[in-house]
Design a binder for this molecule. Structure first.
Ligand code: ZN
Length: 155
């Protein structure tokens, strides 16, 4: 994928601003980790990010990648996706709310190609949000993950 230069520098300025607002320094390592997360749809583990980014920054360490991922998550630029089955934590570079499909055989997580629906909770249970508010819980959003496996996934 080719990008125009000005487009790229706007993106790094946004990244710099978001990191600094959360109290983190902008570094080339963090920029490369973010750029990688933004371009893949695979929700990679830290190790997968490490092996991809190492092709561009050969001397980067796994600890630096973990640190960069922490910074990006803390700054709200990426999300951690835990695996209940003990698989590795995966990272998502898409900040906007969206839904996931998880293959329970391979642990792979894919984005679902349907728009996020802010009215879903209301349709699930019309009184739910209000009931939770009365208990002191402020609803800010929801997550949806569809579980299953691909018929031909044999790993
Ligand atoms: Zn995602």
């Amino acid at each position: 994928m080719t990008r125009r230069k000005d487009e790229h520098s706007t993106e790094s300025n946004d990244l710099r601003r978001a990191l600094e607002k959360a109290g983190w320094r902008f570094t080339r390592q963090r920029a490369e980790v973010y750029a990688h997360l933004r371009t893949v749809d695979s929700h990679p583990s830290a190790e997968e990010v490490y092996s991809a980014v190492r092709q561009r920054i050969p001397n980067i360490s796994l600890a630096t990648v973990y640190n960069a991922l922490d910074a990006l998550v803390d700054a709200g630029l990426a999300a951690r996706l835990a695996d209940d089955d003990g698989g590795p934590i995966r990272y998502d570079g898409k900040a906007h709310p969206h839904y996931h499909l998880r293959c329970q055989r391979t642990g792979q997580v894919h984005d679902l190609d349907v728009p996020y629906d802010p009215t879903l909770l209301r349709r699930l249970a019309p009184e739910l949000v209000e009931q939770l508010r009365q208990k002191g819980f402020e609803v800010l959003g929801h997550r949806l993950e569809i579980l299953g496996h691909f018929r031909d996934s044999n790993s």
